[in-house]
Design a protein around this ligand. Structure first.
Ligand code: DGJ
Length: 756
């Protein structure tokens, strides 16, 4: 890791990558010169300013051509560059032009804390959300010298608006973390209508665009498309990162695989509206940009105020997608997730949602707890339906008082009884919401986000609370605190079951309605920060109607996020593959559920459901008192298997060997310990095929010089292990191991390797 500056050429190096920024011409245009495999020097020709149209000081006649073709590092708007810019401002006279040119720079040790935003941090320094001044980069976290930051100071000389472009690197990771801060140094109020976090211009080189699209119960499916001329984008204006599109994109060289090809990943540390866009120009360059979605965004910036954008984490891999994923996993495990549970085995939980939905009472929950205890399950989570008069999803959000008809004796009694059985207790809440049929709404109808005079749009028969209002935020915080303080609650599932629409706040002024979505996201962060400060030992799992808010922003607060409401083992292969492209397995909420599956009706073997859920946090989502005896009998073995391998799954390096998405036949992925002494791979044959050979599976990531004993675990756990001969890592990776075609569909097997 190093950052240098020579003649206004900035070179940011990680172990394997380099990023070069260069300042051009006397006006100080800030150019993007290079990003890719590590290079030792940064030659001056990279910006191509010695050729037509040259720089304006040499050829002002063609200034427009220069602006429209210059590879810009943080492009402005309205001054000749017709490609989309990263920043747009309406000034006091109503003009929208902005061009940020170079003033100065600083290279500092450590990484400044961005006040109020989730963010990456130098190992061991994850600061509270709101620490620091948050202005002008004055506030830096303590540093151990394991991170460095380049700050480029730029300004629009006409507007008096300044910017700080920040680039941070860590000594143990190839990621480069970018953000921008805008400071109004003029005497007038301006309005920001676009403030993206990162933008780079590169030659197009036939890149394709990889994004993660989805829907409810079908989140984060990998989608790859050619990048055509013009603009291609994904984004969200739903007030959350969303089921449909995901705050991640990668530019991948055509033909990229897990192990080959150039990959540029962009991941947004944010949970609200986002935009990820590529634009291919007439000159065959691509501009890749990411940040808060400008759709509906308008931020008032008074004289002296500043606006900080969230971070974009850029990862370049010259060795395919696999290396990119491992870089993100390491970064997010070591430099983003703050929870003390990050390095701990999570308790195996059983959640009553698919077991009972709203139809439960204390006795039912205790019967599940008793049975669960016998099988090695460690925590009971009571999901939706325990409060107000919520016997279906039409009422009571906001009324966070226990329903004593269902739970006589209240929460304390229930939790104490569950604890006596020997299980921990966790609870579900959806704090950001308000039902029209609730005491809270009857008392405060104006607390819901809505546009006065319009019929407010309901979704799942609920509204979203206007958390930008201080009294609403305080009330919500007090509700959460009261519930969690009322009994020995050790886990919270924080849900969000609808998106935001009808952008209107009676609290925000006429000129500030365009701030609502971002302010809402900041308010959620504020609430979750209070939560993790006040209840430091609570295990928090975020959730949003499944995985609509599975993003790096939420990982700053919770070490795990519910991946999807689809718990079918086969659907989960695709969902977990897409999710693991960016996020560590330790963060993916994954449960074994009952069959026929409640979402797709598929029947899969209990063993397969267990094997697939092992690639996440692991737990159960079923009525253990009702499932077939054969299935129940496997749970003790499954829970023991989880304990045996979870450390490896949590901490290891992830390798994808084969994808059912691509081969329509089978899936295979695994984790290899950092010391390469052991590895666990999962093989799932989705559909059997007649008349075909046994398969040679070339595993990955092992030490070619080590010898490994290999066990094939076809059942729920160890007992079903079948040992094969000892083979060298070299042979296993080059020739492969022999997998007999299992009989049937949806059949799985764990492959455990241990150095001998
Ligand atoms: C959506 C979640 O994803 C489910 O697991 C469950 O908690 C329901 N909400 C409850 O309403």
């Amino acid at each position: 890791m190093n950052i240098t500056c020579k003649d206004k050429v900035f070179k940011i190096d990680t172990e394997n990558t380099s990023y070069v920024i260069a300042v051009a011409d006397e006006e100080g245009f800030i150019g993007h010169a290079y990003y890719g495999d590590r290079i030792e020097e940064a030659p001056g020709y990279l910006l191509r300013t010695e050729e037509n149209p040259f720089v304006p000081s040499k050829n002002n006649r063609d200034r427009g051509s220069f602006m429209d073709s210059f590879p810009c590092e943080y492009p402005g708007n309205g001054l000749g560059d017709y490609r989309d810019g990263a920043v747009e401002i309406i000034d006091a006279d109503g003009h929208r032009a902005i061009n940020l040119t170079f003033d100065d720079y600083k290279i500092v040790d450590g990484k400044p804390h961005l006040k109020g935003l989730p963010q990456t941090f130098e190992k061991g320094t994850g600061a509270p959300l709101n620490s620091g001044e948050g202005k002008g980069g004055e506030n830096r976290e303590k540093t151990t010298g394991a991170a460095k930051t380049l700050e480029i100071y730029a300004s629009d000389k006409v507007l008096g608006v300044k910017a700080i472009l920040r680039y941070s690197v860590f000594d143990d990771n190839d990621a480069i973390v970018r953000s921008a801060e805008l400071i109004n140094d003029s005497k007038e109020t301006v309005y920001i209508t676009k403030a993206l976090s990162a933008s780079i211009d590169m030659d197009s080189e036939d890149y394709e665009l990889l994004t993660l699209h989805g829907s409810w119960a079908r989140e984060r499916q990998i989608d790859i498309r050619p990048i055509g001329y013009g603009k291609t984008s994904v984004g969200s204006v739903k007030g959350e990162s969303s089921h449909q599109e995901h705050p991640f994109m990668a530019l991948v060289q055509k033909g990229t695989t897990q192990d080959y090809g150039k990959v540029y990943g962009f991941s947004f540390v944010y949970s609200g509206n986002f935009l990820a866009q590529v634009e291919k120009s007439q000159f065959d360059s691509v501009r890749a940009m990411m940040g808060i979605n400008p759709g509906g965004f308008k931020w008032e910036l008074k004289a002296g105020e500043s606006f900080q954008t969230p971070e974009v984490v850029m990862v370049y891999s010259g060795e395919g997608l696999g290396r990119m994923s491992r870089t993100y996993h390491d970064l997010y495990r070591e430099h983003l997730i703050r929870s003390p549970y990050k390095d701990k085995e999570r308790p195996i939980l059983i959640n009553n949602w698919e077991a009972t939905y709203f139809d439960f009472n204390t006795e039912k929950l205790l019967s599940i707890a008793r049975e669960a205890k016998k099988s090695g399950i460690e925590m009971l989570v009571m999901d939706d339906g325990w409060f107000g008069v919520r016997n279906d999803d039409n009422t009571s959000l906001g009324d966070w008082n226990v329903n004593e008809e269902k739970l006589p004796g209240g929460l304390k009694y229930l939790v104490d009884e569950v604890n006596k059985i020997g299980l921990k207790f966790g609870i579900w809440m959806e704090p950001e919401m308000i039902s029209p049929d609730s005491e809270l709404y009857r008392a405060h109808p104006d607390w819901a986000i809505q546009i006065p005079g319009r019929v407010a749009t309901r979704s799942r028969n609920q509204y979203v609370l206007d958390l930008t209002r201080p009294e609403v935020l305080e009330h919500t915080w007090n509700s959460i605190k009261t519930v969690l303080g009322s009994a020995n609650i050790e886990y919270l599932k924080w849900d969000m079951n609808r998106q935001i629409t009808d952008i209107g706040s009676v609290y925000l002024g006429r000129e500030n309605q365009g701030e609502l979505s971002h302010r809402f996201t900041l308010a959620v962060y504020e609430l979750q920060e209070r939560l993790v400060r006040e209840f430091p030992n609570l295990l928090l799992e975020n959730c949003s109607g499944g995985g609509a808010r599975f993003d790096p922003g939420m990982l700053y607060f919770s070490p795990q996020i519910w991946c999807s409401d689809d718990t079918d083992a086969i659907e989960r292969l695709g969902i977990q593959e897409g999710t693991s492209l960016v996020y560590p397995l330790s963060s993916m909420g994954a449960h074994v559920s009952d069959c026929p599956n409640h979402t797709v009706g598929r029947v899969t073997p209990f063993v397969t459901r267990g094997h697939v859920a092992l690639a996440g946090t692991f737990g159960y989502e079923l009525d253990i008192t009702k499932i077939p005896e054969n299935d129940r009998a496997m749970i003790p073995e499954q829970t023991a298997t989880y304990h045996k391998y979870n450390r490896l799954v949590r901490e290891g390096d992830y390798y994808r060997v084969a994808s059912f998405r691509e081969n329509h036949f089978f899936d295979c992925y695994g984790v290899v310990g950092k010391d390469k002494k052991e590895a666990l791979f999962t093989f799932v044959q989705v559909f059997n095929r007649p008349n075909c050979h046994s398969r040679l599976i070339r595993l990955k990531g092992l030490d070619s010089g080590k010898n490994y004993s290999i066990s094939f675990i076809h059942g729920a756990g160890e007992g079903s292990g079948e040992k094969r001969e000892v083979l060298s890592g070299d042979t296993i990776m080059k020739a492969g191991i022999l997998m007999q075609n299992p009989w049937g569909d949806f059949v799985s097997c764990l492959i455990y390797l241990r150095e001998v």
